[in-house]
Design a protein around this ligand. Structure first.
Ligand code: COA
Ligand code: ZN
Length: 312
């Protein structure tokens, strides 16, 4: 299949990134990040989650963050919702889109949302009704979608079963999430093809973590299958607090840099994106994995006086 010429990046840093931080990031900083992302041309942002504040205290300011956002450019503002309670809160806030989520493995679903796979699926019927009544589109995410840190390989039958239920509920998209970076290019190819056959009407999005250093390689495998929707996180921050060894998402600036170089449009201003990544790094107060934010673009050249001359 031909590679797409345009890609829609969803910035998940404010949600996937900040949910895993040990310290609570001030609400003002979260709002500044999201407003910066909108100004940089990011078309879609997962700005936070309507989950239990006991489970994820870092995102307990979801309503205040949403109220502080300035829509200076067109941008879809989406939030994670685990159950009907979350859907009611998301409708009250008037978000643009909801994203329900569950895992492809029983053990991670139990850890993350305290339910079995079937309980999660049955519960989403009510979420679909609440969102449908309010006219809010829903996407369905599948965590541990390329492998589970407790169970290993996940079953393609389970992925297909979840995606089909999402389709029955009228959800517009399905996202395969690689929660602990277990995807590899051949697995991506196989899983994407299976999903494309199972639910051809649905938009498919890919959500990679760079836990084993091949996140962007997995994106290229997705591009080769025609996938044009990817999640990424500023400065490469991120990780699920309920999965062992979970580390950052693929980094947004690094992804934009790669796609720019491949002639694939994102609509995102790479320089502005790099500035936001530096702000995030400074705010969290530790070194983050993003590479382009440190090295600059390939033609950002240096003065020869910056380094010593090697002398034997
Ligand atoms: N928003 C706010 N509060 C919620 C909520 C929601 N969406 N869903 C449940 N709650 C509250 C209930 O009101 C109840 O509060 P109370 O103790 O004051 O009465 C409490 O949480 C327990 O409710 P219950 O339905 O029994 O939930 P649970 O304890 O089985 O937890 C989840 C289930 C889904 C709410 C919780 O595990 C969760 O929020 N997980 C999110 C994990 C996550 O975001 N992971 C990262 C993304 S991959
Ligand atoms: Zn993730």
């Amino acid at each position: 299949m031909a590679r797409p010429t345009k890609v829609e990046i969803t910035e998940v840093g404010p949600r996937d990134g900040l949910q895993a931080e040990l310290n609570f990031i001030p609400t003002d900083a979260k709002i500044r990040f999201v407003n910066g992302l909108i100004a940089a041309g990011v078309p879609r942002i997962e700005f936070s989650s309507f989950v239990s504040p006991k489970a994820i205290p870092q995102l307990s300011d979801v309503v205040e963050v949403f109220e502080g956002i300035e829509r200076t450019k067109p941008c879809t503002l989406a939030a994670l919702v685990p159950n009907a309670h979350g859907a009611i809160r998301a409708v009250e806030a008037k978000v643009d889109e909801m994203i329900v989520f569950m895992s492809a493995s029983e053990s991670h679903n139990q850890k993350n949302v305290n339910r079995s796979i079937d309980e999660s699926l049955d519960g989403f019927e009510r979420v679909a009704q609440i969102a449908g009544d309010a006219g809010i589109p829903v996407h369905g995410a599948i965590a541990t979608g390329f492998g589970c840190p407790f169970e290993g390989d996940v079953s393609l039958d389970t992925i297909v079963k979840i995606a089909k239920r999402y389709h029955e509920y009228g959800f517009i998209g399905v996202g395969l999430g690689d929660t602990t970076g277990m995807a590899t290019p051949p697995i991506v190819t196989k899983f994407v093809r299976t999903l494309q056959d199972a639910v051809p009407e649905m938009d498919i999005a890919l959500h990679f973590h760079n836990t084993r250093g091949i996140g962007l390689v997995n994106v290229v495998a997705g591009l080769d299958e025609g996938i044009d929707k990817y999640d990424a996180s500023f400065a490469g921050i991120g990780g699920c607090p309920f999965a062992p060894k979970a580390t950052g998402n693929i980094c947004t600036e690094d992804l934009v840099y790669m796609l720019d170089e491949m002639g694939i449009e994102t609509g995102i201003d790479i320089r502005k994106m790099m500035e936001i990544a530096c702000d995030v790094e400074e705010t969290v107060g530790r070194d983050l994995p993003g590479q382009v934010m440190k090295a600059g673009l390939r033609l950002d050249l240096h003065d020869m006086g910056e380094v010593a001359t090697a002398k034997g």
